[in-house]
Design a protein around this ligand. Structure first.
Ligand SMILES: Nc1ncnc2c1ncn2[C@@H]1O[C@H](COP(=O)(O)OP(=O)(O)OP(=O)(O)O)[C@@H](O)[C@H]1O
Ligand SMILES: [Mg+2]
Length: 446
């Protein structure tokens, strides 16, 4: 993309309504525009990051064997009457009437609808295990929408639902979700800690939330510092291997890590004093095992191998896809702007032309631009007729992890400059070497 042909409405001033850094930078970098409280348009740069995050979520879900589908945003109220949640959900649910005066709602989550799909088509254990998921917009009429996309009213969520014949395989589904979520967050450059949580309106007693540590987080968290150093790294995971998956869950949940709702001060005392941490976190996901809560009330049954008819075992699992943009920025920024991890960056590299209109500099930039594209990369070429300082300020603000700076002086010696947004370190090299280096970096972030 050439910046002169793009739509990047960068703001010079700090927007007064933004209280936290991620909201401020998302507005300043021209990623989102508020249309009503907690409701946003996704401008091109914001949409690009949102799509990268969705892509990672899709890939990791499908590696775990989970199957995508797409359910609508609007749902009939009657489905929710079957589970009893139509009345329970309260003011957070946006209730709508259509022209026939039928009661509808904008879905805050999809347990009822997926259970309805399941009971319409599945009757036998032979079709299990089954996990279906989608990435779809949700609406919750939050009391206090704030912090930009962090607590929206309309927000994008990945929600998945597992169906299993018995508790044992449902627990395996729970574990599989935990591991696939850990991998998902790691690919986004995030450390998200699974913490014992309370279940709220979804129901069930086995649940973990995934929290990204950040001083601006809305949840109070209590944890053993050792848990923050755990990583999956590049290990191969066989999602059919119950023991391997359970082993990883065991490792990641063996340390004390709880939100304020389940915090147990007495048990916390057992943690080594120097490791005992109290802080704040952003909830970027939650997994639940709830057994037959919905299948019993909604009549979703399967026949077992020995011919019995039983309510299917279920769980549900959510990732806050749009909230993740805010969480990643809270975890990765400096006073100049965002610093995107390579896994989610909207463009792979910026090309900054220090002297637009200089025929050699222009030609070199074009060659680098095409060279990066030929390697499957997506560069942003700042081809504006603007001062170097202004161009640097823009690429720093929008957070591109790598910048190639091209100017007549360097070109005389056959070099351009490759700069890391994260460290600020620059290195001179030939244009070809810069293309190679950037391609190599991204080869490690498929
Ligand atoms: N209002 C919101 N805006 C943006 N993301 C949200 C919002 N509510 C929930 N999410 C995201 O969706 C994920 C799954 O939804 P879940 O039902 O667990 O939310 P929740 O526990 O009600 O969230 P919270 O406690 O933050 O209100 C959450 O972990 C969170 O990342
Ligand atoms: Mg939750």
């Amino acid at each position: 993309m050439r910046l002169t042909r793009y739509f990047l409405p960068v703001l010079k001033e700090n927007p007064a309504e933004a209280q936290i850094v991620s909201h401020r930078y998302m507005l300043r970098a021209g990623m989102i525009k508020q249309q009503a409280a907690g409701i946003y348009s996704w401008l091109p740069l914001g949409l690009k990051v949102l799509r990268r995050i969705e892509q990672i979520v899709h890939e990791e879900q499908q590696k775990a064997g989970h199957i995508p589908l797409l359910m609508p945003t609007l749902q009939p109220a009657d489905l929710w009457r079957e589970s009893g949640r139509y009345d329970d959900y309260g003011q957070e649910m946006l209730r709508i009437r259509d022209r026939q005066d039928r009661e509808m709602l904008y879905g805050p989550t999809n347990e009822e609808m997926i259970t309805d799909i399941f009971r319409s088509h599945v009757t036998s254990y032979k079709e299990l295990p089954l996990t279906l998921y989608h990435i779809q917009w949700k609406f919750r009429d939050e009391m206090r929408p704030r912090f930009g996309v962090m607590r929206g009213r309309e927000f994008l969520m990945k929600d998945g639902y597992n169906f299993d014949v018995d508790k044992e395989s449902a627990i395996h589904a729970y574990n599989r979700h935990m591991v696939s979520y850990l991998r998902t967050y790691e690919r986004m450059g995030l450390t998200a800690i699974p913490m014992r949580a309370a279940s709220g309106p979804i129901g069930g007693d086995n649940t973990h939330e995934f929290l990204v540590l950040a001083s601006t987080g809305e949840s109070e968290v209590f944890y053993d510092e050792a848990v923050t150093t755990l990583r999956l790294g590049g290990i191969d995971i066989d999602y059919h291997d119950r023991e391997q998956v359970a082993g990883i869950v065991q490792k990641f949940t063996s340390f004390y890590a709880r939100t304020d709702e389940t915090h147990d001060p007495k048990a916390f005392e057992d943690v080594l004093e120097v490791h005992r941490k109290v802080g704040r976190g952003i909830e970027v996901g939650q997994i639940f095992y709830f057994g037959t809560k919905y299948s019993e009330s909604m009549g979703a049954t399967v026949t077992t191998a020995d011919g019995r008819k039983v309510p299917v075992e279920m769980g549900s699992h959510g990732i806050g896809v749009s909230r993740l943009l805010g969480a990643i920025i809270e975890a990765s920024h400096d006073d100049k702007g965002i610093i995107w991890p390579e896994g989610v960056t909207p463009f792979h590299a910026a090309i900054v032309n220090l002297k637009q209109g200089d025929s050699e500099a222009d030609a070199a930039c074009e060659a680098i631009y095409k060279g990066l594209q030929a390697r499957g990369l997506d560069p942003l070429y700042d081809d504006r007729d603007a001062r170097a300082g202004e161009k640097f300020a823009t690429t720093d603000l929008i957070g591109l992890p790598w910048r190639i700076t091209v100017g007549p002086r360097g070109l005389k010696n056959g070099v351009v400059e490759l700069t890391s947004r994260r460290t600020g370190e620059s290195e001179e090299m030939s244009p070809e070497a810069a293309i190679d280096r950037v391609a190599q970096i991204y080869a490690a972030h498929p």
